[in-house]
Design a protein around this ligand. Structure first.
Ligand code: HEC
Ligand code: HEC
Ligand code: HEC
Ligand code: HEC
Ligand code: HEC
Length: 271
């Protein structure tokens, strides 16, 4: 091999260097920040008018005081990565929303995989093993809640089917719909019973009415987040318990109420 003269070598290296490091860094189009939320909104309204429209119509618009920086922080560096992680949501939604998810298979898988997930990846099929909060609710950057019922069942079905077979998903969503219908029958029955108490509604009955609504919401979390605990333990049996207590309170116990008929052999139970 012929030796390359020193001068030519420097020339080649310089040329290579110029090719790999352009004089103008590629990312100057993304200003680093920090920015105020008014600045985020005004600049991105020009760039992504659809995204801003979705955000305004969704649950996180200015009215609920959830602004761009609540999820993304105030700077561009890591803005997407931060918003994609469950911790970006669970601080504000610390109650049943997070608990039902963490007791679902999706939540358990993500907890086990914590630290190994590459959050640079967009929230799309193939990039994640199990869906986290953002994967479902802000899928493909949809800032208007991609799980909201006003999209119809189609969008939800399509998102789940990125990982499950369409038939399996249909069965799950069908089951969820039936569970909510049953819950609504119980809710209506409870409200009717309370109405029969008329003006004599006391504090205990009003509390029971709130309890009905609370347990109905648990079932929504149970079927939405595929958490058996919330469908059953905190859901349907809890609603049944409310109905029993309402009947008790208005003095109309159901003939088969467990509070009034002892199961066979009950006296033998060692309590
Ligand atoms: C002066 C204009 C401007 C302001 C202000 C601004 N952005 Fe951006 N933003 C951009 C540009 C340019 C990009 C590059 C991507 C593109 O072309 O849209 C970007 C990209 C993003 C991305 C995508 C990042 C990625 O890695 O793909 C997010 C998220 C984002 N901005 C959020 C915000 C938030 C949150 C704020 C306020 C704290 C904000 N932006 C303020 C112009 C702006
Ligand atoms: C509830 C949390 C949340 C809020 C509030 C929010 N974002 Fe986002 N945003 C996300 C998530 C999560 C992603 C990543 C989506 C993905 O990977 O598909 C994202 C992605 C983006 C992107 C990149 C979109 C793309 O297709 O690459 C931009 C730009 C952006 N957000 C701007 C904003 C601006 C501007 C605001 C305020 C008006 C805002 N976001 C408010 C959670 C949020
Ligand atoms: C700064 C606090 C905050 C953050 C961060 C936040 N949220 Fe919210 N979220 C709210 C508030 C406030 C509301 C509106 C009031 C309500 O319904 O609870 C809301 C509403 C919602 C709703 C609709 C609830 C309903 O009853 O209709 C969903 C779904 C939701 N958020 C999911 C998410 C997800 C997913 C993330 C993370 C990407 C997130 N939120 C991040 C505070 C927050
Ligand atoms: C597998 C997809 C999926 C995941 C993961 C997920 N959600 Fe949900 N979430 C849903 C569905 C579906 C519903 C029910 C929406 C409906 O029918 O109103 C729901 C309901 C909710 C609601 C109540 C909305 C309402 O209308 O009252 C909130 C708040 C919420 N989720 C927040 C979260 C948070 C926070 C996380 C993460 C800790 C999370 N979700 C994870 C799919 C998901
Ligand atoms: C990013 C991929 C992904 C998405 C999207 C996804 N899932 Fe899953 N899901 C999984 C994985 C992985 C498991 C665990 C499978 C296992 O245990 O064998 C799982 C488990 C489940 C289970 C529990 C099954 C069991 O054996 O207990 C149900 C139910 C379920 N998913 C329904 C849904 C529904 C409904 C949606 C949409 C709202 C959805 N999934 C979206 C990946 C996903």
């Amino acid at each position: 091999m012929r030796a390359i003269p020193q001068q030519r070598l420097t020339g080649i290296l310089l040329a290579l260097l110029c090719m790999t490091t352009p004089l103008v860094p590629a990312d100057t189009s993304t200003p680093p920040g920090p920015f105020t939320d008014t600045e985020c909104i005004s600049c991105h309204t020009e760039r992504d008018p659809d995204l801003i429209k979705q955000w305004r119509r969704g649950p996180h618009a200015a009215a609920s005081k959830v602004v761009c920086s609540s999820c993304h922080g105030v700077q561009h560096a890591g803005a997407n990565q931060k918003a994609r992680q469950d911790q970006g949501c669970t601080g504000c939604h610390a109650g049943p929303a997070s608990h039902s998810y963490s007791t679902s298979k999706h939540g358990v898988i993500n907890r086990i995989a914590e630290g190994r997930q590459d959050w640079n990846q967009p929230l799309q099929r193939g990039n994640y093993r199990a869906p986290g909060c953002s994967y479902c609710h802000l899928h493909n950057g949809n800032h208007g809640d991609s799980m909201a019922p006003n999209h119809g069942p189609e969008l939800r079905q399509w998102i789940c089917s990125g990982c499950h077979s369409p038939r399996y998903v249909q069965a799950q969503l069908g089951n969820g719909k039936r569970q909510l219908e049953i819950a609504d029958l119980k809710l209506t029955e409870g409200k009717k019973l309370i109405a029969t108490a008329g003006a004599s509604k006391d504090n205990a009955l009003l509390k029971l009415q709130q309890s009905l609504a609370h347990h109905r919401k648990n079932i929504l979390y149970g079927v939405g987040h595929q958490s058996p605990d919330y469908q059953w333990w905190h859901g349907q049996p809890a609603l049944d318990g409310d109905l029993i207590r309402i009947r008790e309170a208005i003095g109309k116990p159901h003939p088969e109420s467990p509070l009034h008929t002892s199961p066979p052999g009950d006296s033998k139970l060692n309590r």
